[in-house]
Ligand binder design. Sequence first.
Ligand code: HEC
Ligand code: HEC
Length: 382
Amino acid sequence: MLFAVPKVLMQDFDQEKQRVIIYTAKQVAIVAMLFVLCGLIFLSINILDVQQQQPVTPSSSAGISTVKFVPADTIAKAVGTKLWQAPAVADIPAGEAGEAIRYGRELIAHTAKYFGPRGKIARISNGMNCQNCHLEAGTKVFANNYAVFFANYPKQGIRSGKTDQVTDRISDCFTRSLGGRMPPKNSKEIKAMISYFKWLGAATKRGEKVNGTSTEKLPYLDRAADPEKGRFVYQQKCKSCHGLKGEGLKTADQLSYVYPPLWGKNSYTDAAGMYRISNFAGFVKNNMPFGADYHKPQLSNEEAWDVAAYVNTRPRLHRDQRKDYPDLSRKPIDAPFGPYPDEFSEQQHKLGPFKPIVDYAKRRAGKGNDFTALTDLKGKKP
Ligand code: HEC
Ligand code: HEC
């Protein structure tokens, strides 16, 4: 035949065919294995997920240390360690002492009802509740809870530069966060709040390391946090509750807020802890949009930093803070106002990039200078 394939070539062709078949079989096997692997990973994630979602009632004595968490960023350090658990409301003692604790809790949760612009005891604050930032009356982990507060006071205040009493710290949040002033120290109300703090933190010893306090310390970005990118995040994920102008939403009776304001004259002042961008970013990463949890974050770190930059560059009440952090060597690097122990601008201290400031601080510390603004690096918040 004219087109007959020579025998040798035919053999070659057969061998080639065999090779192709073997090769294809191998590929198919690999793909199949990958599928099985993906399936397994998917399954295990879902099983972990279900475990996470199991509600943890405050009264369960097992503690949440038994729950396996999928680590979220730097929160990973908390995995496997026992997180703080608030005592159960049902365990508040009966009688007069219990009454005071309950009343204290009520004041933390519904502060505005008593001390807001239409408060029934005194009109001395902006309409926010302590609970707006100390979630679930200060019992939620990674939501500024009061686990370690009472046990550690009186203490040397880094911001105040003096020995702070429990009432000084309470006063700080009334003036800086609630833009007003504290009711009299000896009032029934302040005593009740203190009873509540004491009861809540009864299991904590002075100086003890407790997991789940404060909020997550997010790793710094390589760039400055960007208010413009943050505006976009805000519009997508915050505006629906906190309002286009950050004004929040009042309750029908106008006594307090359903959704607290994020800027403007009724929001926290620029001397508040929340005005430090790292505090804001950590708080929203762990808790916002409302319903988010530290192990179920709904924002990426970048979104958290950027939305923090957006909100904290909107207008709000100003407080003179030149006397804060008299020991500059201990001033947190994101303290929003000078003086600073370095040459970086106020703008950079507010929004970053923070790494050059940290590097500078490290170099100074290395030279025997007692520059220890590195508290921030150790995950501590003064
Ligand atoms: C706008 C948010 C916000 C509001 C509202 C607020 N706080 Fe705070 N509070 C904070 C933040 C943030 C911290 C942590 C401070 C820091 O790290 O700089 C804090 C810290 C505290 C501490 C110290 C806790 C500790 O473990 O040392 C106490 C006590 C406190 N607040 C009480 C109150 C009381 C009482 C109210 C209501 C009158 C209140 N706060 C309202 C944001 C707020
Ligand atoms: C579903 C409604 C909802 C959404 C969406 C939401 N929040 Fe909130 N937010 C709340 C509520 C409610 C509180 C007060 C919690 C309380 O009192 O228990 C709050 C409190 C806060 C606080 C502390 C109190 C204050 O007013 O300063 C900040 C900061 C905050 N939210 C930021 C954000 C940011 C940023 C986003 C978007 C990423 C966001 N929230 C999305 C409902 C929401």
